[in-house]
Write a protein that binds this ligand. Structure first.
Ligand SMILES: Cc1cc2nc3c(=O)[nH]c(=O)nc-3n(C[C@H](O)[C@H](O)[C@H](O)COP(=O)(O)OP(=O)(O)OC[C@H]3O[C@@H](n4cnc5c(N)ncnc54)[C@H](O)[C@@H]3O)c2cc1C
Length: 385
């Protein structure tokens, strides 16, 4: 199979690290619903999670292309970067919009792993995709903001020291545009009074360590406001291209894993005294998945190329996320079908990866919202919401 050859040294090293975390490791985390601490620690000590942090703050100062290769390789190896990918890119909000003091205070410890920035609190139960309608409020009294409200699907909050939080600082009735009046805070969960926050795990179909957060007048020092008050929505949006591209890389990694599993199994499994892969009904869907994956991968590479040139590839990043998640899901579906009954047995890992892959049609951005973006911002059609 012809696979990406960019950054071969990174790919080889990541793949070697991942070989220490075989299917059995992930099956056991999955059964216990436990966080893959050992895997996250191994990636942290190898410096992979600090890929995008500049050298002056202790990071690896890599390009997005290299960061994408790391995530793709993790998924191609059958591992799951969703346990820790936020450490790699959530810090971008501090890097782009934080003060020098904030960068010095947080980035070096995020880079060396002594501060885990794994949690990103945007989504709320009542507003969902309609982010600007969120209700979580932050009111300044003296030198502290007091946070009240709720977040949902805040993944990894139990395994994070820091939380990047979006809250409303000016009521929606008092702003000209719904996108104004939202602010971003970096919250140190080790310091906030325990009786002002509660973290409730949500059980999901895959092992994802996601939670609900409840804030009851949680004090956050005004020094923890990132950038200007009221501009938070723009700050969050400014990280979306990178996020879409890095998620695309995870999808491509998964697609390659599923395709590889399917073609190997189809080439070995014999039924009716012949390899099942000799049947075109088995081999054609796998060929189609491979072709879809390659096309999606090309779009991802184009998005990466433009991003690393310093451009703002909204169109390419969104299309890349759409195509890569579709290629991943098609490969998952084809792989489980190729395995027949064995695809459902835990020991083969297909059913686990299948459950994990389904998420990417919904989070971090659902397919419909990507399609709306393309309709409105690329095709110049009327806004649909
Ligand atoms: C496992 C998991 C982990 C997550 N981790 C995080 C996290 O760490 N931090 C965080 O902030 N969020 C997180 N999320 C939230 C995730 O980003 C949202 O679930 C996602 O954006 C969709 O929002 P929603 O669930 O509220 O769906 P809703 O907004 O209720 O939408 C439901 C469905 O309707 C569709 N829909 C809604 N409006 C429109 C429209 N105008 N046009 C067409 N279709 C529409 C949506 O596409 C979706 O399919 C996570 C979610 C999951 C499931």
């Amino acid at each position: 199979m012809k696979y990406s050859v960019n950054h071969p040294e990174i790919r080889e090293a990541v793949s070697k690290l991942c070989s220490n975390f075989p299917g059995k490791y992930w099956q056991s985390c999955d059964q216990d619903k436990s966080y893959p601490h050992e895997f996250v620690e191994a990636l942290t000590s190898a410096g992979y999670l600090s890929a995008l942090i500049p050298e002056e703050y202790g990071g690896q100062n890599l390009s997005l292309s290299e960061a994408a290769a790391i995530l793709e390789e993790i998924h191609k190896s059958g591992c799951n970067a969703a346990a820790c990918h936020a450490q790699m890119y959530t810090m971008g909000t501090i890097l782009r919009h934080g003060s020098e003091k904030q960068k010095q205070a947080y980035l070096p410890s995020i880079a060396n792993g002594s501060s885990r920035l794994q949690a990103f609190g945007v989504t709320e139960p009542s507003s969902g995709t309609d982010t600007t309608s969120l209700k979580c409020s932050a009111k300044l009294k003296g030198n502290h903001y007091y946070i009240c409200g709720q977040k949902i699907w805040t993944s990894r909050a139990e395994y994070s020291d820091l939380l990047l939080l979006l809250a409303r600082t000016t009521p929606i009735s008092k702003v000209n545009k719904k996108t104004d009046g939202l602010s971003v805070f970096i919250v140190d969960l080790r310091e906030v009074p325990k009786n002002t926050i509660s973290i409730k795990p949500i059980k999901t179909m895959m092992n994802h360590s996601t939670t609900e957060l409840f804030f009851d007048n949680m004090p956050v020092h005004q020094n923890n406001l990132i950038g200007e008050e009221g501009k938070g929505f723009k700050y969050i949006l400014s990280g979306m291209n990178a996020e879409r591209i890095l998620i695309s890389a995870e999808c491509i990694g998964d697609a390659k894993w599923f395709i590889n599993k399917a073609r190997s199994y189809a080439s070995e499994r014999e039924v009716f005294q012949r390899k099942i892969g000799q049947n075109q009904g088995i081999q054609f869907p796998i060929s189609r998945c491979y072709s879809q994956m390659r096309a999606a991968e090309l779009m991802m590479h184009e998005a990466i190329r433009l991003f690393d040139l310093g451009e703002n590839p909204g169109e390419e990043a969104n299309i890349s996320k759409l195509l890569c998640a579709d290629a991943q899901w098609q490969a998952a579906e084809t792989c489980i079908q190729t395995y027949g009954g064995f695809g459902f047995a835990e020991e083969y890992d297909i059913e686990r990866k299948f459950r994990e892959a389904r998420l990417y049609q919904v989070a971090p951005i659902s397919t419909n919202l990507i399609l709306s973006y393309i309709a409105e911002h690329v095709l110049d059609m009327p806004r649909s919401y």
